[in-house]
Design a protein. Structure first.
Length: 55
């Protein structure tokens, strides 16, 4: 279940920590909450074709 599934079922979090464990170097959006701030990566951070990060 993705984060949206939790939110759709009215399950809330007091704290949500997103950190990168592998993949190319990108800047993670520390304000991501899956509701009003829905971008995991900060602006100007992109992944090339076939690249992926594990968060």
């Amino acid at each position: 279940m993705g984060l949206g599934g939790f939110l759709n079922n009215d399950i809330t979090f007091n704290q949500l920590t997103v950190s990168q464990v592998s993949g190319p170097n990108v800047t993670i959006n520390a304000d991501y909450n899956g509701d009003t701030d829905t971008f995991l990566l900060m602006p100007n951070n992109t992944l090339g074709v076939g690249e992926k990060v594990v968060l």
